[in-house]
Design a protein around this ligand. Sequence first.
Ligand SMILES: NC(=O)C1=CN([C@@H]2O[C@H](COP(=O)(O)OP(=O)(O)OC[C@H]3O[C@@H](n4cnc5c(N)ncnc54)[C@H](O)[C@@H]3O)[C@@H](O)[C@H]2O)C=CC1
Ligand SMILES: O=C(CO)COP(=O)(O)O
Length: 320
Amino acid sequence: MSEIAILGAGAFGTSLAMALSLNGAAVTLWCRNPEVAENMRNTRTSPPRLPGHNLPKTLSVEHDLTQIQSPTLLLAVPMQSLANFLQAAPDWSQRTLVACCKGIDRQTGLGPFATVKGGAPSADAALLTGPSFAADIAKGLPTALTLAAPTDSEGLALQNALSRPALRLYRTTDTIGAELGGALKNVIALAAGMAIGAGFGDSARAAVIARGFAEMTRYSMAKGAQPETLQGLSGLGDLVLTCTSEKSRNFSAGVAFGRGETPDMTSTTEGIATAEALAIEAELHQLDMPLTTAIHAVTTGKIDVHDAVGTLLARPVKQE
Ligand SMILES: NC(=O)C1=CN([C@@H]2O[C@H](COP(=O)(O)OP(=O)(O)OC[C@H]3O[C@@H](n4cnc5c(N)ncnc54)[C@H](O)[C@@H]3O)[C@@H](O)[C@H]2O)C=CC1
Ligand SMILES: O=C(CO)COP(=O)(O)O
């Protein structure tokens, strides 16, 4: 039996499975599509969402969830599928469930850690987040991530179990800050992409990053996060990565919106649904979220990027 299993064989789940099994550890990757799983087993190659890699020998691929007995499970399904996935799957008791997705559930307003905690109360919940493109992890490039768990001893155990030479994990007990940083940065990355796609330039993008970070921090602190967490890998670190790289699906979708084009709606672009969830939460709790509100209006076709910028620039001047 593998000590660790990754549930979800998309780009991120597969890259994590590859990295974790590189040192000879037995790791299982669960793939919901039996044909894709069969193909991965036969060819020992990665799935369509992460093409071009060979699977390590100690990585096994499974499509029957009931066969997976590993005590530590990393959940790498998209955020909007997480709650349903937890309900549909077998008994989670005595397991540690590490959420690896980024976003806010549109139906509940909850982040990935809170969704796991509520959806699988008999399990121990944790979160793995931070700046890390699946393609970089799959290549074995150095990556630093945040491991958030409710207690330091749980965090330490997971940190030891999941760290690898090129995968450096830092731990925190601020599960709220860690999950909100990872969720909100995707919305700001959409905004950064829009600034570039619309031709507003690098100075405008820097303004989006800085004001976006202020918005992320304000929202997260209102929800109980510690500001230091937002300043770390899971907040600022991931914000910078996602706002500055075309490898980011959120940034690239923003560029398409900025150019007046339709982004690739088949890709997992978590910021779009998360902007909707946050706009609802912001209104409910009277939180000032001008960038998020504008992004939600653009992604739902209510205004275009130029109107959004006009609205943002017309706001009263204020102290930084
Ligand atoms: N790709 C990346 O570089 C990174 C992704 N993430 C996060 O990881 C999460 C997953 O993203 P990716 O793997 O990139 O997406 P992906 O689109 O490559 O793969 C998603 C996988 O989830 C599976 N899936 C979808 N709905 C499901 C359901 N209801 N039940 C079970 N499986 C389901 C799909 O079949 C697919 O294998 C997202 O929240 C993303 O923000 C985090 C860090 C890096
Ligand atoms: O979260 C990520 C990097 O840390 C991946 O970003 P995208 O989902 O925008 O591709």
